[in-house]
Write a protein that binds this ligand. Structure first.
Ligand SMILES: [Zn+2]
Length: 260
């Protein structure tokens, strides 16, 4: 049995898109970020079920075995050694966020030199700061710095500790896609406030959790989501966690740390 919580907001929706259409779409997340922060790495939600909820998104895999990228309805694993593999349907995830991507018109991407500059540009271009947004950027990257983590074994250490031994790579002059899920600040503890970016190269051989990037040329497609669905694990371990802790500082470390 799974517990499902759905939050739906329609008020002010019409003002959010420049073309006047209401934002539409359901963002589905598996578990909550604080559970992952506390070391809840055992996968329990199957990838085939995840792909029924969305064709675009980010996450991780059972035993925190690398970064999960969901793109065009396919799930890819970027392992801790940098290898990119298709994820089998029976594999499981302990934490992921996906949407059924149905974006508006494509816009030109900004030729930014940092990830921070990209986020600042998008904050202005997509001002729906209290809604979720799925953001897809296809293009050429002068450089992109990504990380992944290695499979963990129980007893699990907290994510902040695991992230200290992450692997970091920089790819240059690569064509690919940024898969971004932007969560509002008020979702702290539940999802990752700000934009959680994963990358996958066009040839599906390079990818990871994005730490920085320099964009040469790109197109941006966006979907603002007005419905939020959280699927919760019904295990005893999940029930035993103290999820109300404020782990924002630790999460910030995990999300943006550049490694050694
Ligand atoms: Zn990530």
């Amino acid at each position: 049995m799974m517990l499902v919580l759905v939050v739906s907001t329609c008020v002010f929706a019409a003002a959010l898109r420049r073309d006047g259409a209401s934002p539409e779409g359901t963002l589905t997340q598996i578990s909550v970020i604080n559970a992952l922060m506390l070391g809840q790495y055992d996968g329990w939600h199957r990838i085939d079920a995840l792909l029924e909820s969305g064709n675009f998104g980010v996450g991780t895999l059972d035993h925190l075995d690398g970064e999960l990228v969901v793109l065009d309805g396919h799930a890819y694993q970027v392992r801790g050694d940098g290898k990119v593999l298709p994820v089998p349907p029976e594999a499981t995830t302990p934490f992921a966020t996906v949407v059924k991507f149905d974006p508006g018109d494509a816009a030109d991407g900004p030729p930014v030199t940092t990830l921070r500059a990209l986020d600042e540009h998008l904050a202005k271009a997509i001002p729906a700061r209290n809604h979720f947004a799925a953001i897809r950027i296809d293009g050429t990257f002068a450089s992109i710095q990504v990380r992944s983590v290695r499979r963990q074994e129980p007893p699990y250490k907290p994510l902040e500790e695991v992230a200290r031994s992450q692997s970091v790579w920089t790819y240059e002059n690569v064509r690919g896609t940024l898969v971004g899920i932007r969560s509002p600040d008020w979702t702290a503890g539940l999802n990752v406030p700000g934009t959680h970016w994963h990358f996958l190269s066009d040839d599906r051989t390079q990818g990871g959790h994005v730490l920085d990037c320099r964009i040469t040329k790109a197109t941006v497609r966006t979907q603002v989501c007005n419905e939020w669905r959280i699927v919760l694990d019904d295990s005893r371990e999940f029930d035993a966690l103290d999820l109300k802790q404020d782990l924002r500082k630790e999460l910030q470390e995990v999300e943006s740390k550049r490694g050694k």
